[in-house]
Design a protein around this ligand. Sequence first.
Ligand code: ADP
Ligand code: MG
Length: 678
Amino acid sequence: MQYNDQIRVIKGIGEKTEKVFQRLDIFTVQDLIEHYPRGYEEFEKPIAIASIQEGATLAIEASLVASPKVKRVRNLQIINVMVQDSSGRMPLTWFNMTFLQRTLRQGYHYIFRGKVVRKNGILVMEQPVIYQREDYYKLLKILQPIYPLTEGLTNKMVSKAIGQVLKELDFVKDYIPKSIAKENALMDRTKAIKEIHFPKDRDSMMRARQRLVFDEFFLYSLALRSLKDNKTVLKSEYPMAYPNECDQLLEQFPYKLTKAQSRVWEEIKKDLSSEYTMNRLIQGDVGSGKTVLAILALVMAVKNGYQTCFMVPTEVLAKQHYQTTVEMLEGYGVRVCLLVGSMTAKEKRQAYEEIKNHEVDIIIGTHALIQEKVEYDQLALVITDEQHRFGVKQRETLMGKGRRPHVLVMSATPIPRTLAIILYGDLDISIVDELPAKRLPIKNCVVNTNYRPNAYRFIDHQVAQGRQAYVICPMVEESEALEAENVIEYRERLVEALATGTRVEYLHGKMKAKEKNDVMERFAKGEIDVLVSTTVVEVGVNVPNATVMMIENAERFGLAQLHQLRGRVGRGEHQSYCIFVCGSGSRDALERLEILNKSNDGFYIASEDLKLRGAGDIFGIRQSGEVDFKLGDIFTDAEILKSAAEAVKKLQSHEVKEIFDKNPQLKEKILNKKVGTL
Ligand code: ADP
Ligand code: MG
């Protein structure tokens, strides 16, 4: 079996299963073995029935008090059995597994492992797996991988396929020069791949993980370095003079720039008028006002006779930036156009034409901006918003559309400066570390589900005052379809629960871009009062009149993501509120949410999150939306990130060349991926 083989070569994977795997971006054998577990299940010693707890998955060693009985309830066949050990008794329940009636025998001892739930006031173990004593004791201490899944794929299928590959694969590619592996005491990569999937024990798994995280960071740093090597310090092709229009614009704003905004604007101005090409990252917490800085820069370039473009990750955001820009620049003689995937072929063709003939000055859009067909004229400035959503390569492609344009990238991810320097090593960094002064801090609360009726009354109250609200439904990892269903159902319930006449709409990932845009536009115009949504509203959306953010099952999201979501409110002059609804009473969940409850500061939240998770929590909580590596976590693995970056820095040019020569597809691959997902 070869690295680049399609997964069809694996025994047991046919056309249908292959399709399912592909939904997780798993096409080749390599993709599969790099589909790492998101955690492990650890088998523990059986405990006494007297000490079981609700909600826990655990094992008991017990014998049947009586033979199993089958009961039919509608189309379910339920087996109930009472078992006992020396400390007490408890019932077990299985659904649709009638064969157990024959296999389970009264008087024999078994080990049962499953989740304990409360049914009619009694603790019951549901669907337990049954083991013979010897078998179970062999499994103790073994970590069973738990994989990210999708509809139609079970954990067993993934783990079997990977097991098969690990048996038959001839070799695993190792990109790291021997000397570096030695210096950093790295486990052999082949061994690491085996151990991450099927670890011998916890220690071994930790070392395997460390190796693989090192590789991720190493390759990432290598990609950055090769970008940098290709670029000598560039003489600016587009030096600019400072135009009056920027000052006019500043005066026309309904507010004054914050000190931080002014400082960063000075930095941008200086870059654009200097002899060298700008390459700058603007980091600023959600709501710190990055968009106006982008618009000022665009105007400066346009008034020097150049074309510019502004790339964002979603159509919703593109539309919104487009509208803001058009409104703001009315009367400035600046021609703005939109270019997004959902436009018709005809509309696109027209846009291409206008762009090529320089009949437009600012082009705002999504990935559509880097399609081959787009030809720019004197493209002097390229801005990307929400940088973490784009790959190094996409940034490159966009730049390649012009002749060495100035580049400005914006990001809301609160990364400490030292790490930012490593992660965005080819960029200068500006930080907007201040929120507009008039902003009232968001009021937060963490509540349980009993509080819902109060929350709805509160939303009614806000809507009556002319405000708007978001309600976020939990994500469903296994299925976007289920997620959509959730949102639609929730909306229906909400229509019942809220005051009559409240305009409630929904938004989810399965909707067509056009429908999404339409809903978002109506929400922005105030034609919708309450928007029930999945996390699609997470990125950048700005509706200052929205004052309530209610997040269902908040415990299922990462803190960074919750912070992003909360950032959708508190953007205007009105007092805003964020209601975190916690669906589980676990202390960990509450403690995490308490961090958000106490603070609205992204940097503080990131650092507290880190402390709470500590180094022990190896898989952390997926910080979706952040610089996102498969295994590595830029916060908890900051030390590994530093050593990997250091190692890459020390490489001689011929060593870099050797790595690429030996692995011809590597360069293409690392540049093609989204930042981080290497
Ligand atoms: P982000 O940094 O998250 O992209 P935005 O650029 O969307 O933030 O700005 C959030 C809101 O703050 C917008 O409604 C914008 O008009 C407003 N805003 C920006 N700068 C200021 C300022 N200096 N004073 C008051 N409001 C501002
Ligand atoms: Mg923004």
